[in-house]
Design a protein around this ligand. Sequence first.
Ligand SMILES: [Zn+2]
Ligand SMILES: [Zn+2]
Length: 368
Amino acid sequence: MSLDLTFLGTGSAYPSPHRGASALVLRSEGECWLFDCGEGTQTQLMRSPLKASRITKIFISHLHGDHLFGLPGLLCTVSLNSSPTQPPSCVDIYGPQGLRRFLRVSLELSASQLLFPFAVHELEPTADQCPPEGLLNPLVTQSSEWLHPQERPGTTIQMDTQSDLYVLFEEKQFTVKAFRLYHRIPSFGFCVQEQERPGRLNAQLLNELGLKPGPQYGLLKAGQAVTLANGRIVRPCDVLDPPVPGRKVCIFGDCASLVGEGGIKACQGADVLVHEATLADEHRERALEHGHSTPSTAAGVALACKTHRLVLYHFSQRYKPLGLQKEGDEDDVLELKRQAEDALRGTDIEVIVSEDFLTLPIPIKKLQ
Ligand SMILES: [Zn+2]
Ligand SMILES: [Zn+2]
């Protein structure tokens, strides 16, 4: 099954002509999951090979505008372009408390009707995810009993105190969990774990046992034992290669650090870890003051998680994309890459600097 990650916006604070505001898409078998939706995400989508109508789930890391302001508009455009006979099934939207009210009020006040249903599932943050002034007044976040006409009731997801994680859902293909981050307002990261798949049938072993291709192959592959004509019982573990481990993609929202152990535990061995690096290491104090990270911070997280690839994104708009830099420009995005690489020297963690429209394939893991 193909799996890839496309960056639609890699800039922080606001969209500019050279870097969109935060948004990226994880695509598997044509289905698209959108992570963050800064202003202008819909035009970035139109400029990419991805189809907005394929978006089935949306994850919002935190409620800052550069991650959120594009959401009502995107939903309206998906609705406008969807076929009235085949509208998208329910779009599930996950994000911090307050997201439901934001979306409901935006759609209602603009008299926006959608051709498809949606549900907002809210994560309940903890008080230690931001300075006291970053916590929203419950009067602002609470939503009434009243629903937008296309809205389906959503859930409130609390942290599981044992694992320090929020379990968003577990499906046939993927399990998605969220973990806490420290920012100026409560922020979350998301861990997408593909389920392990059974190994392939070992043709040589099957042959030795005298098993011919047929329905018994299907039963073994489905995890059931079969009985041979001679009475011998063959169990799946006798003839299946080791299971293929699932891939893991972790996407961090804005943060200066992690809160609790959940993030490091959930992201262990990630194939790809996407982490913000808003400013270079020499601006670390300013980054911290604004609840952000530098390349060394991101590298430290990648190291603690033993990730394979670290992708940096959410760059201050002062860092122009490669190819757009002019002579004499002081701020060089490659310097951010070098700083992360320096911090990871001696490891085999690959550092990638994202650009708008970069697509990163995530290959299937090799058999163990
Ligand atoms: Zn941001
Ligand atoms: Zn932010």
